[in-house]
Write a protein that binds this ligand. Structure first.
Ligand SMILES: Cc1cc2nc3c(=O)[nH]c(=O)nc-3n(C[C@H](O)[C@H](O)[C@H](O)COP(=O)(O)OP(=O)(O)OC[C@H]3O[C@@H](n4cnc5c(N)ncnc54)[C@H](O)[C@@H]3O)c2cc1C
Ligand SMILES: NC(=O)c1ccc[n+]([C@@H]2O[C@H](COP(=O)([O-])OP(=O)(O)OC[C@H]3O[C@@H](n4cnc5c(N)ncnc54)[C@H](O)[C@@H]3O)[C@@H](O)[C@H]2O)c1
Length: 444
């Protein structure tokens, strides 16, 4: 077996891993980045996650035909894959090796190369960035059906399904439901949770529900899928809804019931790295595993599954290796998220129900999205914006935005909260017109 010695080994071409590899490359540090598939250079986000889905969401909003949208998505992801590869490969001190890494011991992995030969890579420090894969529930008939897809495989289908049934009611479900309904599919969401968007405030969840159902999407909660019955032309799904049986036909079934840690084949035991009950790799606040010279970055460490958290994991490692070692996961207050339904739904800080549960004093200020002139220009008048304010200090406690450009506005609110700006300062600032940011001028 060929032997390679390196200072740093990164397993997985995810956001944290590739950013770290490029950073080490710039510094001339000997680094090897191992990625199991050439189709995944750049990781989940650019190949099968954020970027392709948001490309499709945009095309759906622009009423582009499905086939054209798919073609554009394919061009975009392949150009990004190439760019991502170059961003790492351009450095003389960095080698990208394509193959699956399997631990031999705590300082070495074995990688089988595409030509069948293998290589042993020994490293002083190892960074695991292997991400997640879909968690598929045990449903009778699932494996026999040819119409069951994940978010990855559905986006490879050249024909728009007439009837799409989505099992799950989380991030992936809502984004796919919104986009496929806009492309023209008849969409049904079957979620096992008894209420729609259970973590969110009821008023905001009701707004989202009303917009989605207005697009013709059927949302069914307390839906326990019993079995999938594959048929010649369509599949049938047998589901129990609060004890009442129902059967529905589907041309495509998307399983979106969460994602699990991807450690398969890594042979973590050989390195002595432990996993938790869910299969993720626990880390301390500096992202070290139980083995001090092995770190776990991105989704695999069980933190929030977002590209920007994986990027922040890189920042923590950069600070440890080259900085004052002050950055850690506990710094992360007010992490925002945005679900890209149309219009998008974003949140940061406390929700009203959380403030009430904590017996905090708060004031709620809400405006409908349509009062903001920009929503008329964008032809996206739907939605509601909600701010939670401390009545004594005027500090912003939380914010939920269901409106055009919410993915941008929420970052403004996050920065305002972090900087300690008051509600009065945020809402009395001078903003460009006509912009969505001036929505904040419409709050009293
Ligand atoms: C459909 C979808 C939409 C999403 N949309 C968003 C969004 O809009 N915004 C957002 O912030 N997040 C979104 N996410 C989540 C986001 O994509 C992930 O949080 C992020 O990509 C995680 O990256 P990572 O750094 O953990 O690793 P990943 O990018 O998952 O990379 C892991 C890499 O490791 C490789 N690998 C695994 N095992 C091995 C091994 N043994 N040897 C070699 N290589 C290996 C894999 O092939 C993969 O390329 C979405 C996810 C999905 C699925
Ligand atoms: N815009 C974004 O930032 C974005 C977009 C997509 C995905 N993501 C990330 O990817 C992760 C995975 O997304 P996801 O949607 O797969 O998971 P999720 O955790 O968001 O949602 C899972 C859903 O599946 C339901 N469910 C679980 N088991 C079920 C069953 N047997 N039958 C019916 N419903 C069932 C749950 O009630 C829940 O609604 C997200 O948590 C998020 O971090 C982020």
């Amino acid at each position: 077996m060929k032997q390679i010695n390196t200072a740093i080994l990164i397993i997985g071409f995810g956001k944290a891993g590739k950013t770290l590899a490029a950073y080490l490359g710039k510094k001339g540090i000997r680094t090897v980045l191992v990625e199991q598939s050439e189709k995944m250079y750049g990781g989940t986000c650019i190949n099968i996650g954020c970027i392709p889905t948001k490309a499709m969401v945009l095309q759906a909003e622009r009423h582009q035909p499905y086939a054209e949208a798919l073609a554009r998505k394919g061009e975009l992801t392949s150009s990004l894959r190439h760019k991502n590869y170059q961003s790492v490969d351009q450095y003389a001190s960095v080698d990208v090796i394509t193959g699956k890494a399997t631990f031999l011991h705590e300082h070495a992995v074995r990688v089988v190369l595409p030509d069948g030969s293998d290589v042993e890579i020994t490293a002083e420090r190892i960074f695991i960035n292997t991400g997640t894969v879909p968690l598929l529930p045990d449903l009778p008939g699932r494996e026999q059906s040819s119409r069951v897809y994940t978010s990855t495989t559905l986006l490879e289908q050249p024909v728009l399904p007439e009837r799409l049934v989505i099992i799950g009611g989380g991030f992936i479900s809502l984004e796919f439901a919104s986009m496929y309904a806009q492309f023209g599919s008849q969409v049904t969401i079957l979620d096992i949770a008894p209420v729609f968007l259970p973590r969110e405030d009821e008023d905001m969840a009701a707004e989202v529900r009303s917009v989605l159902t207005g697009k013709g999407i059927e949302i069914v909660n307390s839906a326990h899928v019993q079995r999938i019955v594959p048929g010649e032309t369509t599949d049938r799904i047998q589901v129990s809804i609060q004890g009442t049986p129902r059967t529905m036909e589907a041309d495509a079934i998307l399983i979106a019931t969460g994602r699990k840690a991807y450690t398969e084949g890594l042979n973590l035991e050989a390195a002595g790295v432990v996993t938790d009950a869910r299969g993720f790799i626990p880390v301390n606040r500096l992202l070290q595993t139980n083995v001090a010279h092995i770190w776990a970055l991105g989704d695999i460490n069980g933190g929030p599954q977002f590209t920007y958290i994986s990027l922040d994991d890189f920042r923590i490692v950069r600070d440890q290796l080259f900085g004052p070692r002050q950055r850690h996961t506990e710094d992360r207050q007010h992490v925002a998220f945005c679900v890209f339904v149309s219009p998008p739904y974003a949140h940061v800080g406390l929700r009203e129900k959380e403030a009430a549960q904590q017996n905090l004093a708060y004031r709620v200020v809400k405006i409908p999205a349509r009062v903001v002139p920009r929503t008329a220009l964008l032809q996206q008048p739907e939605g509601m914006l909600k701010l939670l304010v401390d009545p004594e200090t005027d500090q912003i406690l939380g914010c939920t935005l269901f409106c055009a450009e919410a993915q941008e506005l929420i970052n403004t609110v996050r920065i305002a909260m972090k900087a300690g700006m008051t509600f009065g300062q945020l809402t009395n600032e001078i903003y460009t017109h006509p912009s969505m940011t001036e929505a904040f001028n419409y709050f009293d």
